[in-house]
Write a protein that binds this ligand. Structure first.
Ligand code: PEP
Ligand code: MG
Length: 600
């Protein structure tokens, strides 16, 4: 065992276990390093005398200006390995100048005679409460960007300065209340064994960055900083979301063995992740990635993705007072396409609406947002916003291998109308003499039961289908995908779901178009025999799931999978299907648990 993992003689083992959210897989053993930070929530409220209000506004403006300069110098000095993440820092730079934050705080100083710190906190509380109500965790967590930007201002107001994390001189496990992307980029990566944060979830930037850099991370620990001090010995199990503080010798040895096993396993599957996913009887499955941010593209390449089967484009529309320009969208789509070239990038048009919040869009509150003005419905009702995005995609397609996909199609009229708008977007580009791809491939997401039933008709309108099981399960089983109370019903191997997929695949084959799956179901190896048997051409998933999925494909035969499917389709319940999978492929057949090596 290395010196950093050696137990401290004087300290008794506490063996204290803390449970958080598994943010990035892997096991780390090492000493804690606490990143101290002023908390926006503990600032004091003071009233300012009328004659001092102007000076207080000036103090606030100077703090913002200083924060902009500090952030600019972080951006200027971002190390090479973080270049792909500058984009997040740009978002923070924009937030520093954001009207809601900046003008809102100034208004609170001027109208309520409040001190700048409290004025800022008031705006922040408001922003946080808006974000908290959003059902989608990805959007909920974008509130952390506003918090990070505000903290930079607050540090300057309080004169505390940002925490010093650039000078860490040994390999440690970083423990923080929250880490802003600006802070993460200042840490020398080779010094980080793992990240632990009290805040955040799987879709927070710390999680995304940790996963793309393959550093174990646990997020949303709540109060880790109360239990952990700098230099405490920690075990971090990023796959299970568990931290053990001051472990005893026996626990240490056990985890050291698991760490070795995990690393061996990961090295093995990563070595082979760039090989094609070919079954034993030579069927080649295309294994693609789902992404929501430009910076995830590197992770797709590192994990051997055969392309991008789903680029969720919502990020550009949230957390900002204005809508993105065509140029901004084009730059982003072009970057993704260029990095992925010659592989395919499937850009899905905006899937926003209901109460998926976007500050530049004035959306009405809805009683039942999942059944409301979402996705393609929103696009068709907002032709300006929709066509701006279509133009950007058409332009990017001219410079890379890009195709377009429409979300949540529920009737053929929507496809016809969306294609008409695409045509109009193309005509307007031609008129403006801006180069674009005129024969772009067009696809439809099949994620609503009516689209399954009408798949044969829809297939005539498009070049490909992508089955979105996250929504298809939600809508066909009538279960809210974010509601924990009914989560037990959310089962991809439901016989009803399997029959729907079968129908979609058959309609696609009949029409001679490609059909693949991009819902979470696709990334779980446990579902692979059924999916292969169903005849899907490709699967698209979270980038980190790719190596294991590919290695599982190599263990299976297409022919056996087809036979297996026949049996699976005879099963009346989901439990029977799962029993059949385990009975046929053994209980240790890989399941979706962040590719944890099997313990037996
Ligand atoms: C789906 O519904 O399966 C899907 C991939 O889309 P999203 O999760 O973005 O709704
Ligand atoms: Mg969906």
């Amino acid at each position: 065992m290395s010196d950093s993992t050696a137990r401290h003689e004087a300290k008794p083992a506490r063996n204290l276990t803390l449970q958080g959210i598994a943010g990035s897989p892997g096991i780390a053993i090492g000493q804690a390093y606490l990143v101290e930070h002023e908390d926006v929530d503990v600032v004091e409220k003071r009233f300012i005398e009328a004659k001092n209000v102007r000076a207080e506004v000036k103090r606030f403006k100077q703090a913002v200006k200083k924060a902009q300069k500090q952030l600019q110098s972080v951006i200027d000095e971002v190390p090479k390995e973080f270049r792909d993440h500058i984009y997040i820092l740009d978002v923070h730079m924009m937030l520093l100048k954001d009207k809601m934050l900046y003008n809102g705080a100034i208004q609170n100083i001027e109208h309520e005679s409040l001190n700048a710190e409290w004025a800022l906190k008031m705006v922040l509380d408001e922003v946080k409460s808006i974000f908290k109500k959003m059902p989608d965790p990805y959007f909920r967590e974008r509130a952390s960007d506003v918090v990070h930007a505000s903290k930079m201002i607050l540090d300057n107001l309080l004169g505390t300065g940002p925490p010093d994390i650039s000078g860490i001189d040994k390999r440690v496990i970083i423990v923080a209340h929250d880490l802003s992307p600006a802070e993460t980029t200042q840490i020398q990566l080779e010094k980080v064994k793992a990240f632990l944060t009290d805040r955040g979830g799987q879709t927070s930037h710390t999680g995304i960055i940790a996963r793309s850099l393959e550093i174990p991370a646990i997020l949303g620990l709540g109060n880790a900083k109360q239990h952990i001090k700098t230099n405490d010995l920690l075990i971090v199990d990023g796959s299970a979301g568990i931290v053990i503080v001051d472990p005893d010798e026996e626990t240490l040895t056990r985890y050291q063995e698991r760490k070795d096993l995990f690393e061996e396993y990961q090295a093995r599957i990563t070595r082979s992740s760039h090989l094609p996913a070919e079954t034993t009887d030579k069927f080649r499955l295309s294994v693609m990635a789902n992404i929501g941010l430009l910076e995830e593209v590197v992770s797709v390449i590192d994990h051997g993705g055969d392309g991008i089967g789903l680029y969720r484009t919502e990020f550009h529309y949230v957390n900002r007072p204005t809508l993105p320009s065509e140029q901004e969208l084009f730059d982003n789509y072009r970057d993704v396409a260029e990095i992925m070239a010659p592989h395919m990038v499937t850009v899905r048009t905006l899937d926003i609406g209901g109460d998926k919040f976007a500050s530049g869009l004035q959306l009405a509150e809805e009683m039942n947002p999942a059944l409301g003005l979402r996705a393609i419905r929103f696009g068709l009702q907002s032709p300006e916003i929709f066509k701006t995005q279509l133009r950007a995609i058409l332009r990017a397609a001219n410079l890379g291998n890009v195709r377009i996909m429409f979300p949540m199609i529920s009737q053929v009229e929507e496809l016809v109308e969306a294609k008409q708008m695409l045509e109009e977007a193309a005509e307007s580009l031609a008129k403006d003499r801006i180069p674009f791809k005129s024969d772009i491939k067009v696809g439809a997401m099949i994620e609503v039961p009516s689209a399954v039933v009408m798949a044969d008709i829809l297939a005539k309108e498009v070049d490909f289908f992508s089955i979105g099981t996250n929504d298809l399960i939600q809508y066909s089983m009538a279960i809210d995908r974010g509601n924990k109370q009914v989560a037990h019903l959310y089962q991809p191997l439901q016989p009803a779901v399997l029959r729907m997929i079968k129908r979609v695949v058959e309609a696609a084959k009949e029409a001679g178009i490609q059909v693949y799956m991009c819902g979470e179901m696709a990334g779980d190896p446990m579902n692979l025999p059924v999916l292969l048997g169903l005849g899907l051409d490709a699967l698209s998933m979270n980038p980190i799931s790719i190596p294991r999925l590919k290695s599982t494909v190599r263990m299976l035969s297409l022919n056996d999978s087809r036979l297996f499917l026949q049996e699976a389709l005879k099963q009346p319940t989901v439990a029977d299907v799962i029993k059949l999978v385990e009975g046929t492929y053994g209980p240790s057949f890989p399941k979706n648990d962040f590719y944890q090596p099997s313990q037996d």
